[in-house]
Design a protein around this ligand. Structure first.
Ligand code: NAD
Length: 459
């Protein structure tokens, strides 16, 4: 196999050849990628099942389907997205025609996590290629079957000078990060995000960090609890609770706590049966290490539902925890599993105390029918994005930018926002030569008062 420095060198040579600037070439690559993915559809679904027992339905709705629709969108809009955008000229640049060109960065490194291993490797890859970059992708080592299919798809679609998948774990990542890149796109934990940011800083490489954290779900007492339970159980247990934007914990109005817990219990049993271990629809925890981590979080807290753990089977049953202290382990780290702590509040100040105490979350959810309260929660807190009266679905609209803030990440993507993430917005002014007032040129004597007047009116 080629060495990493050689792969990068060859990609740079290809990038400089200007071939990826050709929109027809990019379209051809995207169409071949789509064809290859469609041909491998069943392989992808099988691989996800082997990796962590993810059901075909969940694999399709949350991975394959989203990737195909992302490809369709890029293919449909590429010509429009890539066109230089004319903007209004300024009084200061007159006479001129002013544009924003979208320039690819060059050679991009994408590092993907295991929890949506196909989606979170493919979506950045699609947008990086659409924007005219070359790509080295490192899929996750924890989802070996899916990573193998990803590598095969990429191998069959792209010459190595355009895109390559390099499988491996931390060692491979470390080798890749030692190199100089033109852009790094990372999805994973906040802890590793800091390692990525440090490596990028060495070369001042721009980065997008799609990280995790503890996303709260606030529930007041004006809601239909049956509907809330239905949506909350879906959003919490999708992917076995291993979703970066899952509700990590609930803050419920104290007068509805018991009814909410009852509604959640009923809903879990309705969807996954009395013994969820037998359900074909509940994915497993990714490995024994993470199952043990979750088992540890369940120590010395008040479990009111579930709590069953089978380390060897990588199984944790859907679990509800009543009122853990903010200093307990379960409230200190991202849970990333099917465990839902329920905290309560009496006054809005108590909600603030909880949310401000923790890092800025990737998502925030609110179930409420009170307009002023909804407005307050949308405007008051800093978080990556959110949904009122449901969970997760902001991820599904490609018109919305997706990403975190603070410890939950930096930079946004999805749809056109993804195309822009992988493009340098390059301002270009084409100056007219027919008029060249002498005002800006020295000597400046006698020009100051007019200068001040001009700037006071400019906007
Ligand atoms: P992770 O940070 O452990 O690993 C992510 C990637 O980084 C993997 O490819 C891994 O090989 C690599 N890596 C791990 N340790 C490394 C190191 N020391 N140096 C260099 N590279 C290293 O994350 P994960 O366990 O795969 O994924 C779960 C995390 O990702 C959760 O925190 C979750 O919230 C977050 N996540 C965020 C988003 C988002 O869009 N914001 C999406 C999915 C997952």
């Amino acid at each position: 196999m080629n060495t990493v420095p050689n792969i990068i060198k060859n990609q740079r040579v290809f990038f400089k050849s200007q071939k990826t600037k050709d929109i027809t070439y990019r379209l051809k690559l995207l169409k071949s990628l789509k064809k290859e993915i469609l041909e491998h559809e069943q392989d992808i679904l099988d691989a996800l099942k082997k990796d962590f027992k993810k059901s075909e339905f969940e694999s399709y709705i949350s991975e394959v389907g989203l990737v195909i629709s992302g490809l369709n969108l890029a293919i449909k809009n590429l010509k429009k997205w890539s066109k230089p955008k004319r903007v209004k000229s300024s009084f200061l640049t007159f006479p001129s025609k002013d544009y924003i060109y979208k320039d690819p960065y060059g050679t991009v490194l994408i590092i993907a996590p295991w929890n949506y291993p196909f989606l979170l490797a493919m979506e950045p890859l699609i947008m990086a290629i659409a924007a005219g970059n070359t790509v080295v992708l490192k899929p996750s080592e924890l989802t070996k079957h899916t990573s193998k299919v990803i590598t095969e798809i990429i191998q069959n679609t792209f010459p190595e000078t355009v895109a390559i998948s390099i499988e491996g774990g931390v060692e491979t990542s470390t080798i890749l990060l030692a190199e100089k890149w033109d852009y790094i796109f990372f999805t994973g934990s906040t802890k590793v995000g800091k390692i990525i940011a440090k490596a990028a800083a060495k070369h001042l490489t721009p980065v997008t960090l799609e990280l995790g954290g503890k996303s709260p779900c606030i529930i007041d007492d004006t809601v239909n609890l049956k509907l809330v339970a239905r949506r909350l159980v879906w959003g919490k247990l999708l992917n076995g609770g291993q979703t970066c934007i899952a509700a990590d914990y609930v803050i419920a109005k104290s007068n509805i706590k018991h009814k909410l817990i009852d509604a959640l219990k009923t809903e879990i049993i309705r969807r996954y049966g009395k013994n969820p271990k037998l359900s074909p629809d509940l994915p497993r925890i990714i490995n024994t290490k993470n199952t043990k981590r979750l088992a540890n979080l369940l120590k010395d807290i008040n479990i009111v539902f579930g709590g069953e753990v089978d380390i060897d089977a990588c199984y944790v049953s859907p679990t509800i925890v009543d009122s853990p202290s903010l200093d307990s382990k379960i409230m200190q780290e991202e849970i990333f599993g099917p465990i839902l702590p329920i905290l309560t509040y009496e006054t809005n100040e108590e909600i603030e105390q909880i949310i401000w105490k923790l890092e800025r979350p990737l998502s925030l959810y609110l179930f409420s029918n009170q307009k002023p309260f909804i407005k307050e929660v949308i405007e008051k807190f800093n978080y990556g994005g959110g949904v009122i009266n449901d969970l997760l679905i902001h991820f599904g609209n490609h018109r919305l930018p997706f990403g975190g803030i603070g410890a939950s990440g930096m930079g946004k993507y999805h749809g056109k926002h993804g195309y822009e993430t992988f493009s340098n917005a390059k301002p270009i002014i084409k100056r007219g030569n027919w008029f060249d007032p002498s005002f800006r040129y020295a000597p400046y004597k006698g020009k100051m008062s007019l200068l001040k007047k001009v700037f006071k009116y400019l906007g």
